[in-house]
Design a binder for this molecule. Structure first.
Ligand code: GLY
Length: 352
């Protein structure tokens, strides 16, 4: 990964440092209307930001599509962007994914820097080179792997987030800690969400992102070990899709946290993952994320969603599982009966 990662709450100095290394003829900022309203005023006096051409998009995953992308391309064209211009993507994962794709394709590719403003984007979407948009009802259907030149991660924006948004990002940090080591996991389980804009959370984020960086460096285009980052996601995506079908969407990181419970139960069945640690993680997740409301009547639906998850091939039930914290096994095929048992145990853990 050639991507430069800067963790700093001194935004002006960090942006100076990043842009000093770059030779560009014009600077563009891509942000959505919420970021324009709540975040941009905080950084408007930065001379780089003040001199940039601003492209403001609609908000949310529903607008992460080809129409909004075309508006971004038009903004770049009207602003006189060339292949030697530079883009700053300022926002959550929708902006870093879509802005990264716009920059990667305009004039066959411009350079870009991601400045995530949500915890979820800081620990996941902004890092690792996945860019793209949704298409014809499929998430991230069109896109390329292309890393930002740099990612500037600052926790000073996190006080604009609700506790729900913070916890959603934290779900991915729990996952990274499980892929790392027991000390990191203990640190993550001990944090209590006070002073989220300060240096304690920033240090935890830095450590968490290093876990992703190490994995992405080994396998940037997800042919093998990058699938470790899917821990919690096969079940998590099924919970997310079921919630969407019920018109009661749940935050991504909550679904991942709930998915982690089921996938650790499967890890216990298949690989002997420590049951006392499973118990501790289950209690932590239920305490902080509550329960996902599902019953045995939902199993067929959930299992069908998991069979059609893009990580599974030929309708198999394919998971990333753990022998222990930091000891990952990718491409584990699971029998449907074991999955049904794991869903039963998940419901016991959730007291539903
Ligand atoms: N979100 C997991 C990855 O970037 O591979």
């Amino acid at each position: 990964m050639n991507q430069k990662l800067i963790f700093s709450n001194d935004f002006n100095a960090a942006l100076d440092e990043i842009l000093a290394d770059c030779d560009y003829n014009r600077l563009f900022v891509i942000a959505d209307v919420n970021i324009d309203r709540f975040v941009m005023p905080r950084i408007a006096d930065n001379p780089h930001i003040a001199s940039a051409v601003k492209i403001v998009t609609k908000c949310g995953d529903v607008n992460k599509n080809i129409d909004t992308l075309a508006e971004v391309w038009s903004g770049l064209q009207q602003g006189g962007a060339t292949r030697h211009s530079m883009v700053l993507n300022i926002g959550g994962g929708v902006i870093t994914d879509m802005g990264g794709f716009a920059a990667s394709t305009f004039k066959r590719g411009m350079r870009f820097v991601n400045i995530p403003t949500t915890l979820l984007a800081a620990v996941d979407a902004a890092v690792g080179g996945k860019t793209g948009v949704n298409f014809n009802g499929y998430k991230n259907e069109i896109g390329v792997f292309n890393e930002a030149d740099a990612v500037l991660i600052s926790s000073r924006f996190f006080d604009t987030l609700s506790l729900t948004e913070l916890k959603s990002g934290y779900g991915e940090m729990v996952k990274h800690a499980l892929l790392s080591d027991r000390n990191s996991l203990n640190e993550i389980l001990d944090f209590h969400f006070e002073d989220v804009a300060g240096d304690t959370l920033l240090a935890l984020v830095a450590k968490s992102v290093q876990v992703k960086k190490r994995i992405v460096e080994e396998d940037p285009t997800e042919k093998g070990i990058r699938k470790a980052l899917n821990l919690g996601h096969t079940v998590g995506h099924a919970f997310e899709s079921l919630a969407m079908k019920r018109l009661a969407p749940v935050p991504h990181g909550y679904a991942v946290a709930w998915g982690i419970i089921t996938e650790l139960v499967l890890s216990h069945f298949a690989l002997g993952f420590d049951s006392s640690l499973l118990d501790r993680l289950g209690k932590y997740i239920v305490e902080h994320y509550g329960a996902f409301a599902f019953s045995c009547d939902d199993y067929d639906n959930l299992i069908s969603l998991m069979r059609h998850d893009k990580k599974s091939s030929a309708g198999e039930l394919n998971f990333t599982l753990l022998h222990d914290v930091g000891k990952v096994e990718i491409n584990c095929n699971v029998e449907e009966k074991d999955l049904r048992d794991a869903l039963d145990i998940t419901r016991d853990i959730m007291h539903i």
